[in-house]
Design a protein around this ligand. Structure first.
Ligand SMILES: [Zn+2]
Length: 333
């Protein structure tokens, strides 16, 4: 049985669902958990109430009181000022999140200390402590989904940067004046290597008159955007437009990884997110090939591991708990 100082609550707040878990940060074991829909349309205060309920449920499931838990860590899908517990904006969850004092609101409701960070930073911490990057000193994590986010671990700790905004690998420029990125600028990695980038490449080919299964699949599912499962189906069916778009995304992801390796020289690059989880380990084979071909330092290069994430959906909550445990270690309690 863990002593109280080894327990923390981790929360992964997403645009559609949220997940809370009581985590033993010594072993990575989740002692109790709770999942719910976020209902972002209800606004920030109502979502916070749902987070509070999920945290309480997870603690009941784990049979722990708040005195036995060091604190709460929560990862959110957007930029934050971690030191102030402030969410700057969550674009996919509405304007009520602009400048929202999330840590303070949760502390008021729970009577527990709370730290916040963005979802990919906490995911990186989770993969570093208990996932594919465990045991490394220096590691880069990338999560490929609707966007392309990342987190950097240096000397065993999350590298947050001067203004708290380090790790934005998705917005490294891979092609000057290239494709339009979700951030509004041009030629960023996310515009090529994310699911959105793949979708844009497919739609551009379709608009140019090339045949593809994807438009019918989207119509059939009543969707306006491409889900990872659909992409996988089209790819496996040999849909030429989809295969080419995936190959382009893999190529750019490989270039991005090589750039990060040339810059930081980490022991591992851990790649997670919906696209990689869905497409499996095979997705990384051509990515690795491109990456290694662009390493500047060829010495011992296979020792730099480029591997799939291991914790799946749990990386965010587990990492948030680990981060809460670290950041709240110095304060009383
Ligand atoms: Zn961008």
């Amino acid at each position: 049985m863990a002593t109280h100082s080894e327990l923390a609550v981790g929360v992964d707040l997403g645009g559609t669902s949220l997940y809370a878990a009581v985590v033993d940060v010594a072993s990575g074991e989740r002692l109790g958990e709770s999942k719910a829909k976020s209902h972002a349309e209800l606004g920030a205060d109502a979502v916070v109430a749902r987070v509070v309920t999920a945290i309480k449920e997870a603690m009941v499931a784990a049979r722990v009181s708040r005195q036995e838990v060091r604190g709460v860590g929560i990862g959110v899908p957007g930029p934050v000022v971690a030191a102030q517990g402030l969410v700057l904006s969550l674009t996919n969850m509405g304007p009520t999140w602009n400048q929202y004092p999330l840590a303070g609101r949760l502390t008021e409701a729970l009577g527990m200390r709370v730290i916040i960070d963005n979802d990919v930073n906490v995911g990186a911490v989770g993969e570093h402590r208990f996932g594919a990057g465990r045991g490394t000193q220096d590691m880069v994590a990338m999560f490929v989904g609707t966007g392309l986010g990342g987190g950097v671990i240096i000397n065993g700790r999350l590298h947050t940067g001067f203004r708290g905004s380090a790790g934005e690998v998705g917005h490294m420029v891979l092609q000057a004046d290239g494709a339009l990125c979700g951030c509004g600028r041009l030629g960023h990695a996310e515009a090529y290597a994310s699911r959105t980038g793949i979708e844009h490449a497919i739609m551009a080919a379709v608009a140019a008159g090339e045949p593809s299964l994807v438009p019918d699949m989207m119509k059939e599912r009543g969707r306006t955007t491409l889900a990872s499962a659909m992409l996988e189906r089209a790819y496996l069916a040999g849909d030429r437009v989809s295969v080419r778009a995936v190959e382009q995304a893999q190529y750019y992801l490989g270039l991005l990884i090589a750039s990060c390796v040339n810059f930081i020289d980490p022991e591992a690059v851990v790649v997670g997110g919906g696209v990689v989880e869905r497409m499996g380990e095979g997705y990384l084979v051509p990515v690795r090939e491109t990456a290694y071909a662009h390493f500047l330092n060829r010495n011992d290069m296979e020792r730099v591991r480029i591997v799939a994430a291991e914790l799946g959906d749990a990386s965010g909550a587990v990492g948030a708990a680990v981060l809460a445990h670290q950041r709240l270690a110095t304060a009383a309690g």
